[in-house]
Write a protein that binds this ligand. Structure first.
Ligand code: ITT
Length: 193
């Protein structure tokens, strides 16, 4: 079964395609002709993931999955949260990381706790299914690693590695996105059987 992944983020797309290997689902990117997703006007990860999934499912007339995700930092009262992609002025991964490091300057490691959150919404012929995943860790004081995307170079997992040091299979074994995806697959399989 073909499912569109309602994202313009190539880092997310690669992770999904890896996650869907050995499943009955073929995850396809959105076509170049769709240059932008609608504005993320929701107040929660769920609302924004639904906006993306519904828009792409309606546009392509096939089922779609939307992913809204981000980083919640305790010292920033849960920010940047749903604003993670728009945290710095440019919205570029490197600038977002630099701004976060700057805003946490001088904080000792016990005050640097953070977690990635991911909400996935599947939109299937008008039916909505949703799932969530989280990955606990803390924000480092500098960049390390060249894999992954987004905030991966400044996020330290509970085994002490920066996420950007992990191979994609290693990240997928623990990530917020993979946890949410595995949950979604269970519901999806029920819907499609
Ligand atoms: P789409 O809306 O097109 O899917 P986006 O990058 O704008 O792409 P979001 O609005 O969900 O997606 O923003 C997610 C932000 O959180 C963005 O800055 C990502 O880099 C970051 N993020 C999410 N998952 C991440 C992960 O696994 N590793 C590192 N950063 C992540």
């Amino acid at each position: 079964m073909k499912i569109a992944i309602a994202t313009k983020n190539s880092g997310k797309l690669k992770e999904f395609q890896q996650l869907a290997k050995n499943t009955n689902f073929e995850l396809i990117p959105i076509p170049e002709s769709i240059s932008e997703l609608p504005p993320e006007t929701g107040k929660t990860f769920y609302e924004n993931a639904l906006i993306k999934a519904k828009f792409i499912s309606n546009a392509l007339e096939i089922p779609a999955i939307g992913d809204d995700s981000g980083l919640e930092v305790d010292a920033l009262n849960g920010g940047p949260g749903i604003y993670s992609a728009r945290y710095s002025e440019s919205g570029e991964d490197k600038d977002n990381c630099l701004k976060l490091l700057k805003n946490m300057t001088g904080l000792e490691s016990e005050f640097r706790d953070a977690r990635f959150k991911c909400c996935l919404v599947g939109f299937f012929e008008g039916k909505i299914i949703k799932s969530f995943g989280a990955l606990e860790g803390r924000i480092s004081e500098g960049f390390k690693g060249d894999k992954g995307f987004g905030y991966d170079p400044i996020f330290i997992t509970q085994n002490g590695m920066h996420l950007a040091e992990l191979e994609k299979e290693e990240k997928n074994a623990i990530s917020h996105r993979s946890l949410a995806f595995r949950e979604l697959l269970k519901d999806l399989s029920k819907l499609t059987n």
